[in-house]
Ligand binder design. Structure first.
Ligand code: 0A1
Ligand code: ZN
Length: 861
């Protein structure tokens, strides 16, 4: 690694200083042009700390045209300019600054700041993108009143949108149009947005609980208007839900959502003007899966809920990101739970924690939900900050109960509406509203890593007493060696006893025990219902006991989870034996029963009938025996398909006819049917007709795609013909083509390398478009472990080349893609050296971005 590279600086939470200046108002004028946009920023600034004379504004990738201080044009001697900042000495306590900058939105392929893609101007300012628009105090604790004037050619860009209320629209003498917007709420600059382009629009009205009318407006690509109606209805449901559950109402007259094709993330909560990745707005039964519909509703909810948890109360600094993200994910999960199958929703959320988040804790990028140091903030929009952050909020909810939690929320808004605050302020509000000491609980914010909770049982037959001994221990992580015990809310139930309802035990120390008097020897504790704390659970339950929980527990999550434990146990035995492990009769009986008599929750039934994915198993090993896991999975699936052939077919036929619309019952039915299809496809005798029929007759994308996936996994010879047909049929729809790209890239055959090369030449593929890149390479690295982890290193080399190529275009996306290379220490020695070499190749590249460098250098440290 070069010396220059090693000296790249970190920013630290401990170095936080309040701002010395405030920007009372920010008036922006944009003269929009793809290659030459001029931005005029008129700032009214006030000095807060009289001892400070230097004003340092951040700015990147800007061409400075002029600066006026209190109306006087400054010369270059009056300020200092470098590639990161503009600094000037100021004598006054109040003054105006007018800064003119020139931007080239079309050349901005990083998609941060103002960019131009697909004939649309769009901004993305979180986390630190506003400094790519003008020189500014680009930090979330500087709140300003924003107004903005957008000037552009009305033929090409009939819609000129920004935050707040539209206060003026007129045509200029040169033929351009000016639209002026004013946002009445002070906000940090990361919530600023502008969009200019031509769209299909879809509008509606919403009556708030207090009787105000809000205009809802969706702006989507021409010709796609009808695909936004589900998102629009989801928005109304989210608005109603937030009023009913949290007592929170929307606060502006207008709520706009713009869907764009080029976007680095899922969506962005800019005040009154959300910008969405089109993937999370545009759905129809023919072109989107049930999972896509689910994502649209949950992300629409997420961005809407940010209006209170994020916008009205925002973060003091970026280390506090989980203040808004953990809380908002918790809120969107609760919303989704109320909209669909509660149990399956919880299962999905837990899968994210157990696979991605536990993996992050075990990786060189391990960090607490409130990180303490960062090089590039964009690297910290992580599953830890978001999803583990939501688990921490969920634990508070479990500890305080719904009423106590809501009291805490009310106090939080009462104290902090309009402010930029810390995670501590949030916990303090919860504490004060409930008169509970949450000191020990706060450790969740500063400690990284996954606690291991072990449970041991002993039964005293004479006393008829059962004792549970609990122990918690958090192994060291890359960022922190010492760990302390955490507060763990543990929900449990005792099967086969009178006290069969769910109870809560709050564990606060390293060891604890629970005793149950007067119980039978057969009483069976079900621990960690609903995954009440984000821990790895260790126990010594037998298969028979686990299968009993899977059948008898009243908590749906616990039933599924018991089965997960079984699968892990069986897989470990298969790996240890190095040969086929025969699945127990009890499992076949259990599945037979489920297939003939599914539970009322069909989606849960489908989950129970699933062999866990590679990623779920892999997370439990170090080193990860890649090939043995893959072999065992294939063998398990083969055993199930053959032993239960008749039952899969019976259930498949029972569930075959489904109504296309996205509705809980239909979704469950499709999930179950397609699970059956997955196993049927492994049977040579019947797969042809069943697969072909389902593919041809599908009335939803869910069913069509399920047929293709089953055909691929089952090695169906007609698969390629079906893929060709699918590719042709969906040429016109890039969001569907992404699914096709992904399927190609998850081909478990070595031919995948040639296919990926061909995909990158496809006329709909573009390195500039994050959705296209992710469709191919996310599928390759995450859904194709066999080829990605090849022992000849070809998979790693492909990813490394891709990261290098992409880093020059879009560092944020490149840095997300690099993640699978980081955990090199978790593999066997051969793969370790291949991965290490790949990381070194990246670290040594001149000009590698901070985004990629931060991750790679941590991995090599
Ligand atoms: N705040 C958004 C996520 C987001 C974060 C960063 C972005 O660009 C770097 C874009 C979006 C959310 O939580 O939805
Ligand atoms: Zn968010």
């Amino acid at each position: 690694m070069s010396a220059e590279a090693l000296s790249r600086p970190f920013k630290r939470l401990a170095d936080y200083l309040p701002p010395a200046f405030s920007i009372e108002s920010t008036d922006l004028t944009f003269e929009l042009d793809p290659v030459n946009t001029v931005v005029t920023a008129e700032l009214q600034i006030r000095r807060l700390d009289s001892k400070v004379v230097e004003l340092c504004l951040q700015g990147q990738q800007l061409e400075l045209l002029s600066v006026q201080y209190k109306g006087h044009l400054l010369s270059a001697d009056d300020y200092q300019l470098d590639d990161k900042s503009l600094r000037l000495t100021v004598q006054d306590d109040r003054f105006s600054l007018v800064i003119k900058t020139r931007l080239q939105p079309q050349a901005n392929t990083a998609l941060e700041g103002l960019y131009y893609a697909n004939n649309t101007f769009c901004t993305q300012c979180e986390a630190e993108g506003f400094q790519r628009i003008t020189y500014y105090l680009d930090r979330p604790d500087v709140l300003s009143l924003f107004s903005s004037s957008l000037i552009a050619d009305p033929q090409q860009y009939p819609f000129l949108l920004s935050n707040g209320n539209k206060v003026e629209q007129r045509e200029l003498t040169d033929g351009r149009r000016l639209v002026r917007w004013q946002d009445p709420f002070p906000k940090p600059c990361y919530l600023f947005a502008l969009v200019a382009g031509d769209f299909d629009t879809l509008s509606s009205e919403y009556q708030t609980a207090s009787g105000r009318t809000v205009q809802l407006e969706f702006y989507v690509e021409k010709g796609q208007g009808s695909k936004a109606s589900f998102a629009l209805e989801s928005l109304k449901r989210a608005m109603r839900w937030d009023e009913e559950r949290f007592g929170l109402e929307y606060d502006l007259e207008r709520y706009m959502v713009v869907a764009v094709d080029f976007f680095n993330m899922g969506a962005m909560e800019n005040k009154g003007l959300n910008v969405f990745n089109s993937k999370y707005v545009l759905v129809s039964e023919a072109s989107a899966t049930d999972k896509d519909f689910f994502n649209v509703e949950s992300i629409i909810g997420h961005e809407y809920f940010h209006n209170w948890t994020g916008n009205r109360v925002t973060c003091r600094d970026w280390f506090q990101l989980s203040l808004k993200e953990g809380l908002t994910v918790f809120r969107d999960q609760e919303f989704s739970r109320d909209m669909g199958s509660a149990t399956v929703n919880r299962i999905d959320a837990v899968q994210v924690i157990r696979t991605a988040q536990f993996a992050e804790d075990a990786s060189p990028m391990a960090h607490p939900i409130r990180p303490e140091q960062v090089m590039e903030m964009n690297n910290f929009y992580t599953v830890t900050v978001y999803d583990k952050g939501a688990e921490v909020i969920r634990m508070l909810h479990t500890l305080l109960g719904e009423a106590g939690f809501q009291a805490g929320m009310r106090l939080y808004f009462q104290r902090h509406d309009g402010q930029a605050v810390t995670c501590d302020d949030f916990v303090q509000a919860m504490q004060d509203a409930n008169q509970q000491d949450l000191t020990a609980f706060r450790r969740w914010y500063q400690q990284s890593g996954t606690p291991v909770l072990s449970v041991k049982r002993s039964y005293d037959a004479d006393r008829r007493q059962l004792t549970l001994t609990l122990q918690q221990k958090t192994p060291p992580t890359a960022d922190q060696a010492q760990k302390q015990p955490l507060v763990l809310p543990i929900r449990y139930q005792l099967l086969g006893s009178k006290r069969s309802s769910s109870e809560l035990f709050v564990m606060t120390s390293a060891q604890a025990s629970l005793t149950f008097d007067n119980v039978e020897a057969t009483a069976l504790p079900v621990v960690l219902e609903d995954f009440s704390a984000p821990v790895r659970l260790q126990h010594d339950y037998s298969d028979a006991e686990l299968l009993r929980i899977a059948t008898e527990a009243s908590n749906g999550f616990a039933r599924w989870d018991a089965l997960q434990s079984c699968w892990l146990g069986w897989l470990q035995q298969a790996v240890a034996k190095g040969e086929s492990y025969e699945l127990p009769e009890g499992l076949f009986d259990f599945y037979q029963q489920l297939l003939h008599q599914p539970l009322t929750d069909l989606a849960l039934t489908a989950e129970l009938l699933k062999v866990p994915d590679y990623a779920v198993f892999a997370e439990n090993f170090s080193p990860i025996p890649v090939d043995a896991i893959l072999d065992a999975i294939t063998d398990f699936r083969r055993q199930l398909s053959q032993r239960l052939a008749g039952a899969w077919l019976h259930c498949y036929q029972q569930q075959r006819q489904t109504t296309p619309d996205y509705h809980e019952t239909n979704v469950g039915q499709r999930a179950l049917k397609n699970r059956c299809l997955e196993f049927l496809a492994l049977l040579p005798e019947c797969n042809k007709t069943v697969l072909e029929q389902q593919y041809r007759n599908a009335n939803t994308m869910t069913d069509q795609l399920a047929a293709l996936k089953a055909a691929q996994q089952g090695g169906y010879p007609g698969f390629h013909t079906l893929m060709e047909d699918f590719g042709k049929a969906w040429q016109h729809d890039v969001l569907v083509l992404d699914k096709w790209f992904g399927l190609h890239a998850s081909n478990p055959d070595p031919a995948v390398f040639a296919q990926i090369e061909a995909l990158c030449q496809h006329d709909k593929f573009s390195w500039q478009n994050p959705n296209r890149v992710r469709a191919v390479f996310h599928a390759f690295t995450m859904l194709n472990p066999g080829q990605f982890h090849r022992l000849d290193g070809r998979g790693y080399a492909l990813l490394t080349d891709t990261v290098i190529q992409l880093d020059g275009i879009n560092p944020q996306v490149a840095a997300r893609l690099v993640t699978p290379l980081l955990s090199w220490k978790r593999f066997d020695t051969e793969r370790q050296s291949l991965l290490r070499a790949a990381l070194e190749r990246l670290a040594d590249r001149a000009g590698i971005s901070d985004d990629v460098f931060e991750k790679v250098s941590k991995a090599l440290a």
